[in-house]
Design a protein around this ligand. Structure first.
Ligand SMILES: O=C(O)CCC(=O)C(=O)O
Ligand SMILES: [Fe+2]
Length: 217
């Protein structure tokens, strides 16, 4: 949290881990096949809380206990590196309101998003907003461009093999992340991360933070 506060304000979401400001990322029995951080199947590339109007600007992960298997990694890929692999036509399609993103089941109150672009801002240095599990294109043209975006991100992917005490902050505007599959033991010795979310400008989310607190509705 102290490092996160150098970047901005720590926030959390009421519907996610009950609004905990520091969240545990551990494999949870019965969630093994879910596309959530309690799962242990391969977690697809995503912008954190891609469905949410006030997504985190940064996601901080601190490793308390590494995975048993050395090869388990948090995958990251930056749109800055993937963009040159995309054609001008695909870039233009990805900048259009042709995609919708569903909230995870835990955010029961939220609706699907309005149609939104996957890339926004400067066409040569865009922000990215996508969740390859939860985002769907409204038509085939969009779906094909989204698929090529996924290939471009996979081509520039790198893996972070977090060890005890390692901390990483991901720029959630530019970088998607995911995780390899692993085999949990559920015996109290599994991989364990702490996670925090940072907003650069608390004012933007004020309407969703009752009482001016840190937890968004
Ligand atoms: O387990 C990981 O390395 C990352 C999981 C994840 O996507 C998250 O906690 O937001
Ligand atoms: Fe995530």
């Amino acid at each position: 949290m102290l490092v996160g506060l150098q970047l901005g304000e720590i926030v959390a979401y009421r519907n996610e881990k009950r609004g905990a400001l520091v969240q545990n990322v551990v494999p949870v029995r019965m969630l093994e096949n879910s596309q959530s951080n309690g799962g242990s199947v391969s977690l697809q590339f995503h912008t954190e809380n891609a469905f949410h109007p006030n997504r985190p600007d940064y996601v901080g992960l601190l490793c308390l206990r590494p995975a048993h298997q050395e090869e388990v990694g948090t995958y990251v890929a930056s749109i800055r590196q993937a963009l040159p692999l995309l054609s001008d036509k695909d870039r233009a399609i990805l900048c259009e309101n042709r995609f919708i993103t569903s909230p995870p089941p835990s955010f029961r109150s939220e609706q699907k998003t309005e149609p939104h672009p996957l890339l926004s801002g400067d066409i040569d240095d865009p922000d990215i907003r996508v969740d390859f599990h939860a985002t769907a294109a409204l038509d085939d043209t969009g779906a094909e461009a989204m698929s090529r975006l996924g290939e471009a991100l996979a081509a520039v992917r790198s893996a972070l093999h977090l060890r005890h005490g390692d901390m990483v902050f991901l720029d959630n505007r530019l970088v998607v992340h995911g995780r390899s599959a692993f085999t949990p033991r559920y015996d109290g010795t599994d991989r364990w991360l702490h996670r925090v979310f940072v907003h650069l400008d608390n004012r933007r989310s004020r309407a969703r933070r009752p009482g001016g607190g840190a937890v968004l509705m």
